[in-house]
Structure formats: structure tokens, C-alpha cells
Design a protein around this ligand. Structure first.
Ligand code: HXC
Length: 257
């Protein structure tokens, strides 16, 4: 791995992927995203891992796609490169992903954050889709996910002006779960990951899958999908254990089965 660092057991049950192109503010290129995809596929198969945290460094989560690598490409080069099939595979990760964001999360960096499931931000985090300022538009889901996250009027403003959102504003608009001082964002991300890691991994994955469906379907179909996943939890030992433990007034012991 050239552009990321992976720690499979960063904490018990919690894996960490750190984007690692600090000189370029973690600008994303197809190789980096391919490495992230490979790491996520590996972590999805590792039973010891329950939750994945993705982070950058204090200065930048990622300042967007690598403009220097993209600048001279033709439309056909971009089409043939088909970089977004990697993003589609990332989106299919079964385990929950928390983005721990400090500094810049711009363009593809903001889109990457929105591809994750939850976001803990430092007070210094800045989110934005500034592509318009370099004559292009978001390409990795920004027009869709930002609009769903913050509503049409704000998404139009952000994408058409390229303005940044502060961490506090991003929190106000529901783009991030929590904002904390910069020295705390990894700690808070781990705290959230630990809480989720205590749950039945079967139920966690079925819930994640059902929530993500709400972005892809109409209500009727989404409700049907949720119902089937709800029924499916009843095929797990964890559901039996969880409900039995409640009745017996004790803590459940989940096995991921
Ligand atoms: C390539 C980048 C980069 C990027 C920063 N760098 N962002 N290189 N691609 N997206 C490099 C700079 O060239 C510089 O290297 C070094 O990182 C530090 O950046 P500075 O600009 O000197 O830092 P600063 O003055 O603090 O400004 C930070 C910044 C600015 C506001 C984040 O770098 C900036 O505006 N970056 C571009 C943001 C952007 O437009 N993102 C959207 C990209 S398009 P050198 O060696 O030159 O000193 C996109 C499309 C998504 O994301 C499509 C899906 C993947």
C-alpha cells in the first residue's frame, strides 16, 4: 500500500485506514482509491473487525481528486479510466465505516466522507464541493448525496459557489454526527466505533444495508427491504441471545452468527 496505512486491530474489533499523501493534502487518485477498496474488502472478510474508521491527518481528510493528474485528461480518458467503479465497490462495504475528519474535506474528499456511514469532525474541518471553481462539477456523488444530506437550496449554494461549510455548519445541516476539538476527533470516532462493535454484527450489517436502501428506492420498496432484513435477524443466534438477555435482565453476548 503506497498511499494508505491500514491497521487491522487499531483497537479491539476496530480497524483504521489512514489516507497518507500528506504533502498533497491527501489528494485522491485512482491508485489511492483502489488501495482503499482493497483494504475494505479485506477488512469485510476479517471476523475480528466490526467497525472501520477512515481518517486523514489533522490538516486534511482529503482536498479532493488529484487535480494535477486530472488536468490534461480528455472526456474519453476519464470514461475509459472508469474510476468510479472503485467507488461503487467501496459503497458496497458491509461493515460500518466512520469517517474521522479534520481539516479539508473538499471535492472528492467531501464525497468520500459522504460515502462513509457516520462522520466525526474536528472543529477545524471544512467541507465543500469547490469543483465549480476549476470548471467542473462533483463526479463521485456530490450532487446527489450532498443534496440528500443538506437539502436542495443549500446544496445548490455550495456546489454553484464552491463555498466551504465549517464543521459547525456541517453539523447543523446533518452532514456530520459530532464536532469536537481537534485533539478529540479520533478519540470520539473510536468511542462511537466501540459502542457499535458491542452490538450483533449481523444486525449491524442488516441495518446498514436497509438504511442505505433508503437512498436508492422509493418508500414502498425500502420498507419491504427493511422488513425482510428485520425478519432475517430472527435467523441469527444473536437475536435469540439479545432478546433472551433482555428478559433475563443481563448483558447479551453476541457471536456474529
Ligand atoms: C492535487 C493538491 C490538491 C488537489 C492541494 N494540493 N489540493 N494537489 N490535487 N486536489 C496540493 C497543492 O498543489 C500543494 O502542493 C499542496 O497540496 C498544499 O496545498 P496548498 O494549496 O499550498 O495549501 P493551502 O494554501 O493551505 O490551500 C489548501 C486548499 C487548496 C484550500 C485545500 O489546496 C485547494 O483549493 N485545493 C484544491 C481543492 C479542490 O478544488 N478540490 C476539488 C478537486 S476536483 P504543491 O506541491 O503545489 O505546493 C474533485 C473532483 C471529484 O475533487 C471527482 C471525484 C473523485
Amino acid at each position: 500500500m503506497e498511499f494508505i496505512k491500514v491497521t487491522e486491530q487499531y483497537q479491539p474489533a476496530i480497524a483504521l485506514i489512514q489516507l497518507n499523501r500528506p504533502k498533497e493534502l491527501n489528494a485522491l487518485n485512482p491508485q489511492l482509491m483502489g488501495e482503499v477498496r482493497d483494504a475494505l474488502q479485506q477488512l469485510d472478510k476479517n471476523d475480528e473487525v466490526k467497525v472501520i474508521i477512515i481518517t486523514g491527518n489533522d490538516q486534511a481528510f482529503a482536498a479532493g481528486a488529484d487535480i494535477k493528474q486530472m488536468a490534461d485528461k480528455s472526456a474519453i480518458d476519464m470514461q475509459i479510466m472508469d474510476q468510479f467503479s472503485t467507488w461503487d465497490q467501496i459503497r458496497k462495504t458491509k461493515k460500518p465505516i466512520i469517517a474521522a475528519v479534520s481539516g479539508f474535506a473538499l471535492g472528492g474528499g467531501c464525497e468520500f466522507v459522504m460515502t462513509c456511514d457516520m462522520v466525526i469532525a474536528s472543529e477545524t474541518a471544512k467541507f465543500g464541493q469547490p469543483e465549480i471553481k476549476i470548471g467542473t462539477i462533483p463526479g463521485a456523488g456530490g450532487t446527489q448525496r450532498l443534496t440528500k444530506a443538506v437539502g436542495k437550496a443549500k446544496a445548490m449554494e455550495l456546489i454553484l459557489t464552491g463555498r466551504f461549510l465549517s464543521a459547525q455548519e456541517a453539523h447543523f445541516y446533518g452532514l456530520v454526527n459530532k464536532v469536537v476539538p481537534v485533539e478529540m476527533y479520533m478519540h470520539k470516532a473510536v468511542e462511537l466505533a466501540k459502542e457499535i462493535a458491542q452490538m450483533s454484527p449481523v444486525a449491524v450489517q442488516l441495518a446498514k444495508e436497509a438504511i442505505n436502501r433508503s437512498f436508492e428506492t422509493q418508500l414502498d420498496e425500502g420498507l419491504m427491504f427493511e422488513r425482510k432484513n428485520f425478519y432475517l435477524t430472527f435467523a441469527s443466534e444473536d437475536q435469540k441471545e439479545g432478546m433472551k438477555a433482555f428478559i433475563e435482565k443481563r448483558k447479551p453476548v453476541f457471536k456474529g452468527k
